[in-house]
Write a protein that binds this ligand. Structure first.
Ligand SMILES: Cc1ncc(COP(=O)(O)O)c(C=O)c1O
Length: 415
């Protein structure tokens, strides 16, 4: 009996597989939303690099540390204690409260309502996607200063919105010109998306610049999404400014942050969104159907990152270590003739490669093939990135030194 049911199933499967009816090309059936998103300009170089030996990669925007031990242990402990079920859709209350307290302690952040104004997400990536899905209707415009993290424009397009490019320039150290925002505003503008410290440039904005942006947001009644995932990774005399902590901004800003960079926790997939209850509520509605709740183990580990006093020393050490490498790469690039402004945040340097006479694609391809060094073309991050490359310095000092030697040889040969 069982065997005959099995035989029938196999027979019907064969009929499906062997069906001779027509099949229109599947790509022709993809949604316009998906087709509107260009493929990431970063992948290609990783694929070439992966097929070569002896490559020094300054390509990957990911900490080269493993997660600090107290955080790691908290994650392991939570598993050993059997914390393997979903949490509340919003994330654990303890973690939301810890996020709010951390933002207040470090940046004078708003007194968010922990129940209604905070959401724990699967990284800033999910939070960004949710924010766009919650806010945009087709044709709504989002002003996106560029170059910027690759998923900003993708998230806008996937939500049916329109990206309004706002190039930033090396001559301004890739900060935003307030008058450029004013010029980009139209009756369809719904959102301004900012991200400082910046990926890919390493740029930061000072208080005056941020206040100017806040003034424009107020004047034009704009909502602002501020991606501050690199908030702890700032150097020299720069102090991070939380945009939502500026006067009047909490009620119009969705603040995004996460564990990936500051705490070397990319694989744990934890981020958070904080903002007005109506907006966070709408994001939570999508999140509960899409995700249910962010990874439980990651949430327990993230809680330790904010509440275990032993963690701070690890963060300081990581920041100091990035700072040493930052100075090494920034001086090294300038010495070999690749003009680079001083990056004061994240772990990226963004030198100009114009001295070589090549465009950024040719530079990256030839550097990889001739000298086995992987860097990313600036234009992969949008307008304003032309003529530049992104060098991530979350690599060992030795690797950075080798990369600089090889780049010097390359520039000498082609400069
Ligand atoms: C500026 C910026 N925002 C967000 C992300 C995504 O981070 P997460 O790991 O939290 O999704 C990245 C990752 O590279 C980033 O550089």
């Amino acid at each position: 009996m069982t065997l005959s049911i099995f035989a029938e199933a196999v027979a019907s499967q064969t009929a499906i597989n062997g069906h001779k009816g027509s099949l229109r090309p599947l790509t022709g059936r993809l949604s316009q939303r998906v087709l509107a998103v260009p493929p990431s300009g970063i992948r290609k170089y990783f694929d070439i690099a992966a097929s070569m030996e002896d490559v020094v990669s300054l390509g990957i925007g990911e900490p080269d540390f493993i997660t600090p031990s107290p955080i790691l242990q908290a994650g392991i402990r939570s598993l050993q204690h059997g914390q393997t079920s979903y949490t509340s859709n919003s994330g654990t209350y303890a973690l939301r409260e810890a996020v709010m307290q951390m933002l207040q302690r470090l940046y004078g952040g708003p007194a968010y309502d922990v129940e209604r104004e905070l959401l724990i997400t699967v990284g800033v990536s999910e939070a960004m996607y949710l924010a766009m899905q919650a806010l945009l209707d087709p044709g709504d415009e989002v002003i996106v200063p560029q170059p910027c993290f690759v998923s900003y424009t993708a998230s806008v397009l996937l939500a049916g919105g329109t990206v309004v490019d706002l190039p930033t320039y090396a001559s301004d150290h890739f900060t935003i010109r307030p008058e450029a925002i004013r010029a980009a505003i139209t009756p369809r503008t719904k959102l301004l998306l900012i991200g400082f410290p910046n990926n890919p440039t390493g740029a930061v904005m000072d208080l005056d610049g941020m206040l100017e942006i806040a003034r424009i947001a107020e004047e034009h009644d704009l909502l602002v999404i501020s991606d501050e995932i690199y908030d702890r990774l700032v150097y020299g005399d720069h102090r991070h400014i939380m945009f939502a902590a500026l006067p009047g901004m909490a009620r119009r800003t969705i603040h995004l942050g996460g564990m990936s960079k500051d705490y070397a926790m990319t694989g744990w997939r934890i981020g958070y969104a904080a903002g007005p209850a109506d907006l966070i509520g709408a994001m939570r509605k999508i999140h509960q159907y899409l995700i249910m709740s962010a990874p439980t183990t990651g949430q327990e580990a993230a809680l330790a990152a904010f509440t275990d006093p032993a963690v701070e020393a690890y963060v300081r050490q990581m920041v100091e270590s990035y700072d040493v490498r930052r100075r090494l790469i920034y001086t090294g690039l300038n010495q070999i003739g690749l003009d680079c402004f001083e990056p004061k945040g994240a772990f990226y340097a963004f030198p100009s490669i114009r001295a070589t006479g090549m465009n950024e694609h040719e530079f990256c391809e030839r550097l990889l093939v001739e000298e086995h060094v992987a860097v990313i073309p600036g234009s992969a991050f949008g307008k304003g990135g032309e003529g530049h490359v992104r060098c991530a310095y979350a690599a060992s000092i030795e690797q950075i030194q080798i990369a600089l030697e090889r780049m010097a040889r390359f520039v000498h040969r082609h400069g």
